[in-house]
Design a protein around this ligand. Structure first.
Ligand SMILES: [Zn+2]
Length: 291
């Protein structure tokens, strides 16, 4: 788990000591024209020809449209539409939050990834109204958070748990287009407790910080050869229920780190943003195209 430890301290240090807070990617409101193409990776990349989604469809709705972070690769939007159709017969309607900014690229605070239109945040919140009608745009701006896990207790909130979340995560992970899905560690542990869930799809469900009110789907690079400069990541194959990695998230070492992170945030309510990642050269061109 040393890699997670060192990655975190690097992240905290870069937030604390960087000085340039201007992020041009967050100033852009329109996609770069031209053929849809991804450059770079999930944590350091951009997107040409991003697509806006069809905002509502069978079993899904995009929320918080005013954030203008619904732009994505077309494969992300078709994945959402397919997942909604799959889950709607189970009485589920997905509330889909951030994908990417109009040209992808790095965020100052919101996300470390979500840079190439292939990362999708989906709320655990289920709004019963959305099973009978699409919520209005205004309603979709003001939805509450629904927490499946308590981060301080590092455990599931039993009163909020429902087997439908396994149904959601199984369908999301079993899709061939999915590379991995991030959830709160206690959610992974909860799913592992049912031996019937110990199937290959569960390998794609990865424990990570937060992710207690939404899960984060990461799709693979498009398989049609249209983005040869999209930087892939390998698909996890270890179901991971009994291994050292999941156990670490419930260890004393994890608790120490959690408390240190929490204290650092309390002591630094207005941290200076970190430096932006080095992006592929094509991203400069995409950034400079007419707005
Ligand atoms: Zn996310």
């Amino acid at each position: 788990m040393k890699n997670i430890l060192s990655a975190l301290f690097v992240a905290i240090a870069s937030v604390a000591f960087a000085s340039d807070s201007f992020n041009p990617w967050e100033q852009i409101t329109t996609p770069a024209l031209g053929r849809q193409e991804i450059f770079g990776g999930y944590n350091a990349g951009c997107l040409q020809g991003a697509h806006a989604p069809q905002e509502t469809g069978i079993g899904y709705q995009y929320i918080k449209l005013s954030r203008n972070k619904f732009w994505g690769h077309s494969s992300a939007h078709s994945y959402v539409a397919d997942l909604g159709k799959t889950l709607r017969p189970s009485g589920i309607s997905l509330l889909v939050a951030d994908v990417s900014m109009p040209r992808g690229g790095p965020f100052t605070w919101d996300h470390a990834s979500h840079q190439v239109g292939l990362d999708i945040d989906i709320e655990y919140l289920q709004d019963p109204r959305s099973l009978s009608r699409p919520l209005t745009v205004q309603e979709r701006e003001r939805l509450p958070k629904y927490y499946l896990a308590d981060t301080d207790a590092n455990d599931i909130i039993s009163a909020n748990w429902d087997e439908k979340y396994v149904t959601m995560l199984r369908a999301a992970a079993a899709d061939q287009r999915t590379q991995m899905i991030f959830v709160h560690p206690s959610i992974k542990r909860k799913i592992c407790q049912n031996s019937q869930n110990r199937k290959p799809w569960l390998a794609k469900i990865q424990p990570w910080w937060d992710h207690h009110e939404h899960f984060h789907v990461r799709l693979k690079c498009p398989s049609d050869g249209s983005s040869p400069n999209c930087k892939p990541k390998p698909e996890p194959t270890d179901i991971g229920c009994d291994g050292a990695e999941l156990a670490w998230w419930f260890s004393d070492e994890w608790r120490q780190m959690y408390e240190a992170r929490k204290k650092w945030r309390q002591d630094n309510p207005n941290p200076v943003p970190g430096a932006l990642p080095a992006l592929p050269q094509q991203c400069q061109t995409i950034l400079g195209e007419p707005r």
